[in-house]
Every structure is written in structure tokens, then in C-alpha cells.
Design a protein around this ligand. Structure first.
Ligand code: ATP
Length: 234
């Protein structure tokens, strides 16, 4: 479904991503794990069209998208849930969700999407008229995911969905990610919580200093001693 080939991304003179290659098959959950500053967010932003690579290719459903503008990438079926959620404060939960559907001209489908999102996240239905800024961290994460789902993505990019959440919400977020995947959306997941991420992933890639150091199935990486030492707390 998505193939990243020899991707190089720079910020001025800083070489953040150094010839990274990986792929995602339709229906999979794939995780990128690695320390702070490894280049994971940069990779995600380049896929979603927010950054342009210096070189390399991103092939999505047979088309090169590495030079496409972000709205076009969203329209083609890739939605990103950014790190830190970036919900719109001052707007209600409903209005935030509406933002996710701004490219969708099919009103009936948009109404259906609201129903699906409210089914998946009942707490958002309870709070649909509430200012999004007054939601808890976990609820804001759900809103950010719901907003991305409003665009009917084929592939959803999740940047640190468990960051800053209480343990009870962390488990809930991971089980929601699994359900979103079971309903047919392919998932690319970036996580500091490598253990949880790998345990729900079909495959994973370890990113360090802007490079892929290791790859394997979720189970293989969980069992790998180097991965355990570096990313799973021994
Ligand atoms: P984290 O988990 O902390 O978000 P990450 O793996 O997602 O880490 P990136 O955010 O992709 O890492 O950062 C990769 C490298 O690029 C880091 O060295 C970072 O300091 C640098 N970097 C990121 N954004 C910028 C920017 N806007 N300008 C300059 N350097 C940047």
C-alpha cells in the first residue's frame, strides 16, 4: 500500500532522515519505534505532505506522492493524527470533527461518519457541544483520532497517541487503534511506548539517528534482546 524508498529529509543543514526505506501492506498495523529525535515524526510529516524530502520516493497505491501538497494527500486517503493532538480550542467537539470532513462533499457520508465516530468514541457523543479545550488529555486524543476518521482514511498515521495519558487511557487508546484497524483502516504508528505498540503491530521498524536499524514482526522485535535493552526497559 505504501512504500518509502531511500527517504532523505533535511532541516537546513540538519540531516534528520538518512535513506530510510520501509513498507506497509494494506490491512497492517506497522510501528516505528525509537528514541526522541530519531526522525520518526519527520518521516510521518513527509508522508503526509507537510515536509518535502531532499530525495527518495514515497509510493502510495502505485503513485509517487512525495511532492504532493498535504490536502491532496488527505484527499487520496491518508490522514495524520499529529503529536500533541492539535485540536481546535474554542470550537466544540462537533465542530472539530467537522474540520476533519472539510474535503468531503458527500453530506450523507459525513453524517454516517459522525455516527461511526460517536459509536467508536461514546464520550465524544456525550460531549459533542462542549468546547474541545475542556476535554481531558485522553478525550482530546480520541477527538483527534475521530477527526482523522471523518476523512475516511485508508491509511491513518498516528504520532505518539499515548503520550501524556494516564495508564487507564493508554490501554483504551491501544484497543481503539486495534479496532480502527479491524474495521479496515491500515495504521502507521509512532510510539515511545514501544512495548504496547509492538504488541498490537503486525510489523515494526526500529529507527535510530535517522536510519532503520532493525525490522521484524511485532513479536520478533518484542523478543529481541537489543530492542528490550534499548526500548523496553530491559
Ligand atoms: P520525538 O519522539 O522526540 O518527536 P522523533 O523521532 O519524532 O522524536 P523528529 O521530531 O523527527 O524525531 O526529529 C528528528 C531530528 O530532526 C531531531 O534531531 C530534531 O532535533 C530535528 N528537527 C526536528 N524538527 C526540526 C526543525 N523544525 N528544525 C530543525 N531541526 C528539526
Amino acid at each position: 500500500m505504501l512504500e518509502v524508498k531511500d527517504l532523505v529529509v533535511n532541516y537546513g543543514v540538519i540531516n534528520a532522515v538518512k535513506k530510510v526505506s520501509f513498507n506497509i501492506n494494506e490491512g497492517e498495523i506497522v510501528s516505528l519505534i525509537g528514541a526522541n529525535g530519531a526522525g520518526k515524526t519527520t518521516i510521518l510529516k513527509t508522508i503526509s505532505g507537510l515536509l518535502k524530502p531532499k530525495s527518495g520516493e514515497i509510493v502510495y497505491l502505485g503513485n509517487q506522492i512525495q511532492r504532493q501538497a498535504a490536502p491532496k494527500v488527505v484527499a487520496s486517503g491518508i490522514s495524520q493524527v499529529p503529536e500533541g493532538r492539535h485540536i481546535f480550542p474554542g470550537l466544540s467537539v462537533m465542530e472539530n470533527l467537522q474540520m476533519g470532513a472539510f474535503l468531503n462533499k458527500d453530506k450523507q457520508q459525513v453524517q454516517e461518519n459522525y455516527r461511526t465516530v460517536f459509536e467508536r468514541f461514546p464520550v465524544l457523543a456525550e460531549r459533542k457541544n462542549q468546547d474541545a479545550a475542556t476535554l481531558s488529555g485522553g478525550e482530546q486524543q480520541m477527538l483527534a483520532m475521530g477527526r482523522a476518521l471523518m476523512a475516511n482514511p485508508k491509511l491513518i498515521l498516528l504520532d505518539e497517541p499515548s503520550m501524556g495519558l494516564a495508564p487507564i487511557f493508554i490501554n483504551e487508546i491501544f484497543s481503539i487503534i486495534k479496532k480502527i484497524n479491524e474495521n479496515g483502516t491500515t495504521v502507521l504508528l509512532i510510539e515511545q511506548n514501544a512495548k504496547k505498540a509492538l504488541s498490537i503491530s503486525d510489523r515494526g521498524y526500529v529507527i535510530a539517528s535517522g536510519e532503520v536499524k532493525l525490522s521484524g514482526t511485532g513479536a520478533e522485535l518484542l523478543a529481541n534482546l537489543d530492542v528490550q535493552k534499548a526500548y523496553l526497559g530491559g
